[in-house]
Design a protein. Sequence first.
Length: 158
Amino acid sequence: MQNLDFSVVTPYFGLLMTGLCWTLIMFVCSSVVSLVFGIAFALIVLYAPPIAAFPIRFLTWLFMGTPLLLQLYLIYYGLVQIGIDIPAVGNNLIVLLKDTSLVSIIGIAELVYSAQIAISETYTPFEFYLTIAGIYYVANLVLEAGLQFLENKVEMSR
């Protein structure tokens, strides 16, 4: 059995950190958009007349009933077809952070994609996948600690 050699990761540390930065940028942007639209949609469903709430309920049903990867493909490739170029909160944020890895499938250079580039040059997948697993784990611990801090602040203010 071959020994693991994590020294192959060191030259690619910058690439992995760039991928981590893109992961965090996507996470923050999608979190803000999700929170703003989520609150707006919830207010519409709760307080608007049923005729106004129906489209929001339909969109919620549609997005909750389809896989995230399919939605990503439809948004990324489908919106261009119609002329548009450019979706408990703490648990959802943690899931959202981990789900940013899905964009590697369409070639966006976040953390997993960056690791795949390094793997294609070094042919040492296990070392890189273990390294990025550790990075995701630390990022989730930091996020969890931040969410716990905010939760404690909210509890103290009640």
